[in-house]
Design a protein around this ligand. Sequence first.
Ligand SMILES: [Zn+2]
Length: 403
Amino acid sequence: MNPSSNNPRAPGPAGTNLEQAKWHNRRVIIETVRLHDRLTRAELARLTALTPQTVSNITAELQASGMLIAHDPLRAGRGQPATPLSLNPDGAYSIGIQIDHQSLTGLVVDLAGKVRARVVKNLRRPGPAAALPAVQEMVQQLFRQAKVDNQRMLGVGLVMPGPFGVEGISSAGPTTLPGWEQVDVAAEVGRLVGLPAQLENDANAAAIGERLYGVAKTLQNFAYLFVGTGLGAGLILEGRMFRGHAGNAGEAGHMIVVPGGRPCYCGNRGCLERYVSLDAAYETLGIIEAERQTPQTLLDLGDGIDPWLNTAVTPLRQTINVLETLLDLETIVIGGTMPAAILQRLVDRLEPLPASLRSPLHRAPRLLVGAVGEDTAVLGAAALPIFAEFNPQYDALQKSIDS
Ligand SMILES: [Zn+2]
């Protein structure tokens, strides 16, 4: 997979700095209104630090294209009554598609984040030959189910297990999907469905999902530990996704937490995901590949899950210590395809945690189990086209209104 095309911040069709600033400001305004539900232009200017003139221009455009709606003016004191603005749920839609080890999940969400259609298909460790036609078919199905104005579809956000574009380490391991190394997934899907498409790894997408809809709504600095077939971390630092040099920041599954420990397919020993992942749980509990159904079946084990929890505790404590000391986080959110009830049992066993360097400024608990549930990553993926800084569909919407 080509990481450069996965980066939503890579320069898009908008050429000049001026256009880029406009794209950026538009995204900031949409995001700020979404977070606060309803805002007047004056409140928007204060919260975004944009000039009243810029706010006025952009909100006028967004109203004209049907993305924002105005409510009855508020009369307070003297002067012009202020008009609160909110997102128009039917102003735009986007599609999220998650390609994972056991299934393909697709959603249509509206601009307010409400799920308007959902389709799930079982697909075991899909390679591109099986998955790409299935994605194309799923998009058609989602369009039929959602019954929304197709002209207002902004694009497709794709989510897959990472890492992307890495040679040597873990690109051929059991926790990544086979056969995708040479495929530019976003470009292929974009071509097949005729919409702009972006790709994100599962941990990053889940971090976005949890920030938009879950326990991390108000947090600026957190790590999302995605416990799936493998393990990855999504890092939101100072309010932004941190991707690193090649887009693989947060591949914490290959952090060595038990020196000399279990061998890992990456060539090292004692990697985190050899202890904290679905694969590690199955292996510790002696569940062979053929018996690995959906992660939900692990819940049926009851206390039978304990032998795995016992082996996961120490490596996870070590990880928390590293992440907290390195990044000065407000909290660490744990989620993924591992059932939340099992993750909660794991979190309950982590005490006593290593002494923390967290300052008294931190108010959030050190650890939280993600609240959005099994669709966290695909919801985060669906948000990508909405918050993309360079979304050509916005311009198309604008033009369709003008003409
Ligand atoms: Zn490893």
